[in-house]
Design a binder for this molecule. Structure first.
Ligand code: NAD
Length: 315
């Protein structure tokens, strides 16, 4: 299948694309390359450096499915520049799906976020619960979901609400909860936990990639699906990292109320089974730091990189 992947050079895209090529797909990747590019073009891969806000620059000829990952990809980055966030995360999604429909693309897979639920006390956060987004990032994800769902008569819309992802990618992110707590444990021997009671669902990157394969292989699975399997408090994550490294935990007050669990029974009922977990990701991060192949650099933190690029100013 010929697949367009937006955000191809990001944390997820950089691992997803080689895996799709291995399964026999032809890929066109588009990315603005804020975090560089670790992919190499080849027979089955064309990479275009472009801004998805310029929809005319995105080739759609012959594309059968779109995997839409390109976004300002977390809460603090979205708060950095509201205009940029709304244009990239919401407006560009509308123009992208309309162009896909015009070109008779069959499937559109969207990386939303489990954080669209906001703060939820319910023990089982299923897809039918109300969305109470508390940040601009959550709001743009929710708006994009709703815009996409308005096109269900014209294209198969598959919306995934991933948990926080953990694990290794050549385009590494150390600003994700499991990755950062493990990094602190292994590099400082001390994990600073802000609050700690907040619950976060998790998914290993390798399982995230398997989820995208699952939806590409099953275009009949339309609608909205949670994708998160280990609901752990930040303190539980820190304790797991401490147990692996001998690091001590220091607790400081938090002003981050985001806390939610994800129930992914709907996804599991379609035949998907997770194979990896938080502990696998921790082992990967520990090994990379111990080998010295990974360092704590700004490029691995979205907010620091975006500020370094001047993206906090109007663009
Ligand atoms: N990583 C997670 O834990 C997680 C969890 C839930 C949802 N998601 C979603 O999954 C998707 C991928 O996340 P990721 O972790 O790979 O993030 P990432 O920041 O590593 O990748 C996003 C990519 O999009 C690109 N991009 C941003 N704006 C663009 C634009 N205007 N035009 C072209 N390219 C642009 C960036 O250069 C980057 O390479 C995002 O939509 C994110 O919101 C991620």
């Amino acid at each position: 299948m010929k697949i367009l992947v937006t955000g191809s050079c990001g944390f997820v895209g950089t691992q997803l694309i080689p895996s799709l090529i291995k399964s026999g797909h032809d890929i066109v990747g588009v990315d603005i390359m804020w975090f560089g590019n670790h992919l190499q073009e080849g027979q089955n891969l064309r990479i275009i450096e472009t801004d998805i806000r310029d929809v005319d620059s995105i080739p759609m000829e012959g594309i059968e499915a779109v995997v839409h990952l390109a976004n300002v990809a977390n809460d603090p980055c979205s708060d950095l520049n509201s205009k940029l966030n709304w244009e990239v995360n919401a407006l560009a999604t509308k123009f992208l799906v309309e162009k896909a429909i015009d070109h008779d693309v069959k499937q559109f897979i969207y990386a939303s976020s489990g954080s669209v639920y906001g703060v939820k006390e319910e023990p089982e956060v299923t897809e039918d619960l109300s969305l109470v987004p508390i940040s601009d990032y959550n709001k743009t994800k929710m708006v994009s979901e709703r815009v996409l769902l308005s096109y269900t008569d014209e294209i198969a819309i598959q919306i995934i609400r991933p948990a926080t992802i953990c694990g290794y990618s050549p385009r590494m992110r150390l600003d994700l909860s499991v990755n950062i707590l493990t990094m602190l444990a292994v590099t400082r021997g001390e994990i600073t936990v802000f609050g700690g009671d907040q619950t976060r669902p998790n998914i290993h990157l390798k399982d995230m990639i398997r989820v995208y394969h699952h939806f590409l292989d099953n275009p009949q699975l339309t609608g909205v699906y949670n994708a998160g399997f280990e609901n752990l408090s930040i303190m539980e994550i820190a304790q797991k990292a401490a147990a692996k490294t001998g690091a001590k935990i220091v607790v400081t007050p938090s002003n981050d109320p985001r806390s939610y669990r994800l129930n992914s029974k709907k996804l599991l009922s379609t035949g998907f089974e997770p194979k990896y977990g938080v502990e696998t990701a921790m082992d990967e991060v520990i090994e990379l730091f111990e080998q010295g192949t990974l360092q704590n650099e700004d490029i691995h933190h979205n907010i620091k990189t975006m500020v370094n690029l001047g993206l906090d100013k109007a663009v």
